[in-house]
Design a protein around this ligand. Structure first.
Ligand SMILES: Nc1ncnc2c1ncn2[C@@H]1O[C@H](COP(=O)(O)OP(=O)(O)O)[C@@H](O)[C@H]1O
Ligand SMILES: [Mg+2]
Length: 502
């Protein structure tokens, strides 16, 4: 390998790595809703093999094309100089070449595009099945999933074959057209020789030059495959880079007041996930006082979690306003907003790493001692001490080596270490049995000490101590008050409460 090519590859390697990092950066900065509408497998293919395809373009001998082009033009000029009328005849095949290249270029690109799409499907299938292995085992759907995979893999193979087929026909046609060019030269060349306008020697030489003209055409058509493949991948990456997140920090943002002076205000907030059709929050006004515990209750689907998502600005409301003290949420630095909020929900997220990694995830200033303190308050320290490597024990992907309440305690410890002023429990104990729920209550109480807290709970027995209870129904606030006030009111809360103790 020449030194130049080596350097070119080094350079390209670096640029490709930069592009890969940039694309990853773009993807992570997209809105939360982007990830709900996009398949993970597809994003993975774009980040891995699409970018590798571009690399192939740069590292395969694409730069040879410049040399080829140069040879082509030089030889053509020389041919005209040698015998302009004969060369004019040869150039008659150029329009046919041009049309053929255009046609096949598009066909090859279409097939490559289908190959990429089916590759995304393969990755989606892999991603969704390998991460849901328990479901597959328990429902004995292995054969079903294998069949699914087989179908997608065969579809992908079909498109690859299709691409190969177009490539083969293309090469054949190009050779054929080149042969026609040579035939034309032979035919008219012999006429010129017979009429003594050309010598046999110069005709033979001329033929040799014509084949020098055809060589670059041939290598160019070979490169078209690499080009089309890279073009498809490039478009797929460009497509990602064209998405712009809507939820971003404004210029000169404000920091979230810490501590809050009064609390959090929702004023006539209306929100729909899909823009207009189904309204999830309808004209909601509420106040969450600082330093107190506010409970949100209501039937499933009444909009409780949606309130939390708006509060953490995972989505933007369509009308109304959300203020922290007197600062509108859109004026706040996103980072400062989210650093001030800890959410513990029933879907616990455990990262692949150690116990310590999981507790300290997202925290900046912490020591081993503070990790232990958080673990202690989350009532999980004694469990951690029984583990072979203590804090350094690996928990397995998504925490498969932990029980439900151990995972939940880890996430509480994580929130405790983060020590944010706003704490939200969204059905934090819903996935646990009665006994674990009671046992974990102590950890949750520790988490809420002197915080502005919001509790969403199914079991109303866990919310009756709240300073204020907001009852939601169908995306609207139905009633608010303390436990005893709401019971006395004898409406929805009373109804929900009674139905739990029947
Ligand atoms: N990501 C989403 N996309 C579309 N609709 C959603 C989404 N999340 C929730 N919804 C809808 O919004 C409404 C309120 O949901 P949610 O706030 O999760 O209810 P709750 O937490 O009270 O059970 C429901 O009708 C639900 O179907
Ligand atoms: Mg919910």
């Amino acid at each position: 390998m020449s030194r130049l090519t080596y350097m070119m590859q080094l350079l390209s390697q670096q640029d490709i790595t930069k592009l890969r990092i940039k694309t990853y950066n773009y993807i992570l900065k997209q809105d939360f809703s982007f990830f709900q509408d996009t398949k993970t497998g597809d994003l993975m293919v774009r980040l891995t093999s699409d970018i590798s395809n571009l690399q192939m373009l740069i590292s395969s001998n694409t730069f040879g094309i410049i040399g080829n082009l140069f040879t082509f033009v030089a030889v053509l000029v020389f041919l005209f100089w040698q015998n302009w009328s004969l060369t004019l005849m040869v150039t008659l095949t150029f329009p046919i070449l041009f049309v053929t290249i255009r046609f096949f270029r598009n066909k090859i690109r279409e097939s490559f595009s289908k190959v990429r799409t089916s590759q995304s499907k393969i990755n989606n299938q892999l991603q969704s099945t390998l991460t849901e292995i328990e479901l597959i085992k328990l429902y004995t759907t292995e054969t079903f999933e294998i069949q699914n995979f087989k179908n997608i893999a065969e579809e992908s193979n079909k498109y690859s074959l299709e691409a190969t087929k177009w490539q083969a026909i293309f090469q054949l046609l190009i050779t054929f057209i080149n042969t026609i060019g040579t035939a034309i030269v032979l035919l008219f060349g012999s006429l010129l020789v017979m009429t003594h306008h050309m010598t046999i020697g110069s005709l033979v030489a001329y033929l040799a030059y014509v084949s020098m003209l055809q060589d670059p055409i041939r290598s160019f058509t070979m490169l078209i495959n690499v080009f089309q493949n890279a073009q498809v991948s490039y478009d797929r990456i460009k497509n990602i880079l064209s998405y712009k997140p809507k939820i971003t920090t404004i210029d000169n943002p404000l920091k979230l007041p810490n501590p809050l002076e009064t609390g959090i205000y929702f004023q006539n907030v209306t929100f729909s996930y899909d823009g207009k059709k189904r309204i999830s929050l309808n004209n909601v006004s509420l106040f969450i006082p600082k330093g107190q515990t506010t409970a949100l209750v209501g039937r499933s689907g009444s909009g409780k979690t949606t309130i939390i998502k708006l509060l953490a600005r995972l989505y933007d409301y369509q009308s109304g306003s959300i203020n922290f003290d007197n600062v509108n949420i859109k004026m706040l630095d996103l980072k400062s907003l989210r650093q001030n909020i800890s959410i513990v929900s029933q879907d616990v997220t455990i990262i692949d790493g150690t116990i310590a990694d999981n507790i300290s995830y997202g925290s900046v200033n912490y020591s081993e001692e503070s990790i232990w303190q958080a673990a202690e308050k989350a009532d999980i320290a004694s469990f951690i001490k029984t583990l072979p490597l203590s804090l350094a024990t690996e928990v397995g992907e998504r925490g498969i080596k932990l029980s439900g309440d151990q995972k939940q305690r880890l996430s509480i410890a994580r929130a405790l270490l983060k020590n944010s002023q706003i704490v939200i429990l969204d059905e934090a104990t819903a996935a646990l049995d009665n006994e674990s729920e009671k046992a974990i209550q102590h950890a949750l109480d520790n988490l809420m000490v002197s915080k502005t807290s919001i509790i969403i709970a199914h079991r109303l027995s866990t919310v009756h101590k709240a300073d204020n209870i907001i009852v939601m129904n169908n995306g609207q606030i139905e009633e608010t008050g303390t436990h005893s006030e709401l019971l006395a009111l004898n409406r929805l809360y009373r109804h929900l409460y009674d139905s739990q103790f029947e």
